[in-house]
Design a protein around this ligand. Structure first.
Ligand SMILES: *Cc1c(COP(=O)(O)O)cnc(C)c1O
Length: 371
């Protein structure tokens, strides 16, 4: 069975014949008089049928040995990082989702983790950093918001030779576009809040992994003890989103590719960052490891920060909002949103390309780029 079919048909929990699975909101489940487990569930924070459904579906479409769902992408990220023992060393790629970077700077030192941020695309920097010892390597490809492309297979091989595990935050691509576990990653992180939910109306996170079930046991114990759980309704909404993921990603990617090409042809655009454009330095690597170019496009406006903010103020169809992966197209001046610690160029605008007609999106950007 192919992935699109699996995403729709697994698992089928046909309570009383219902084709769409029921939502079970109960916080507690009946047990025997001496605490005997009667139904496989006990208390909502430990587990719930809708969360189980979602985890099964996530593991299947990712080709993982298992998946654990959390209340947010950040709860998922924290659960993996706190698996590490105090003293462990974590190497992050320098272009990183802002709150994971803040987590590494503000909280992980208290946990005794030694965090370093390097350019993982630089072979010499990589060898030097790995030579000092490393327990976990963490990156996004394409990265947020610079759209850096990193060679997953190469980095996984080198990290594993150094005895490290590898986390790929694949929020930007989803398993439809890229399967990091097949290329050697230990873990894949998704903010389910983005493409996987797909409609800008639900928050969640997940870790899919390759390895034995002790990983799932540890991650679900962390979730139980720190409370980063997903509600049954949110799990149900995300499961519903996964059924249309393949269709949506094809349209997101086709639209984004068309928008990227149109922007590249505009003389007020200094640079377009899109993995499948020949002008992207990572294009060959991207085409090897991604089936499509993804739905995210960043571009630098001629004239720098003020010119970029002006474009964001003039769009009519694109909505100025953070987040990504919904049906509607969003635009964001990331340097403004990231604030004082931002390392994002002031000229850069990030687009999350939705499911509208691509020509409407291009016309909106072209009219905003006019003086
Ligand atoms: C949004 C996002 C996260 C965090 O996920 P939340 O669901 O907001 O907690 C992590 N990584 C990337 C790349 C993201 O875009």
């Amino acid at each position: 069975m192919r992935d699109e079919t699996k995403a729709i048909h697994i698992p089928a929990r046909r309570l009383q014949g219902s084709v769409s699975p029921p939502i079970q909101l109960t916080t507690t489940f009946e047990h025997g008089p001496a605490g005997e487990d009667l139904h496989g569930f006990e208390y909502i924070r430990d587990g719930n049928p809708n969360v189980d459904d979602l985890q099964t579906r996530l593991a299947v479409i990712e080709g993982a040995d298992g998946a654990i769902a959390f209340g947010s992408g950040m709860a998922a990220a924290s659960a993996v990082l706190t698996r590490l023992a105090p003293g462990a060393r974590v190497i992050f790629h320098k272009s990183l989702y802002i709150d994971v970077r803040s987590l590494a700077q503000k909280l992980l030192p208290n946990w005794g983790l030694d965090c370093e941020s390097i350019d993982l695309a630089d072979a010499a920097a990589r060898s030097q950093a790995f030579a000092k010892g490393v327990d976990l390597v963490w990156f996004e490809t394409p990265s947020n918001p610079l759209i850096d492309i990193l060679d997953i297979e190469l980095i996984c091989k080198q990290a594993k030779n150094s005895g490290a595990e590898v986390m790929v935050d694949a929020t930007f691509t989803t398993p439809v576009v890229q399967k990091p576990l097949d290329l050697g990653a230990t873990y894949v992180l998704h903010s389910l809040t983005k493409y996987m939910g797909g409609h800008s109306d639900v928050q969640g996170g997940s870790i899919a992994y390759r390895g034995d079930s002790s990983i799932a046991d540890q991650l679900s114990e962390t979730r139980r003890l720190t409370g980063g759980v997903l509600s049954p309704f949110n799990a149900w909404l995300i499961s519903r989103g996964l059924q249309t993921l393949h269709c949506r990603m094809e349209r997101h990617c086709a639209n984004a590719h068309a928008v990227a090409e149109a922007l590249e042809a505009h003389d007020r655009v200094a640079r377009v960052r899109y993995p499948f454009l020949a002008s992207h330095p990572g294009c060959d690597t991207a085409k090897r490891q991604m089936s499509m170019g993804g739905g995210m496009v960043s571009f630098d406006v001629v004239g720098g920060r003020a010119a970029a903010v002006k474009v964001a103020s003039k769009v009519k169809l694109f909505i100025n909002a953070t987040s990504l992966g919904g049906v509607e197209s969003l635009i964001e001046h990331r340097a403004s949103i990231e604030g004082a610690t931002s390392t994002t160029p002031g000229a850069l605008l990030r687009l999350s390309i939705g499911l509208e007609n691509a020509q409407d999106l291009i016309e909106d950007l072209y009219s905003a780029l006019e003086d």
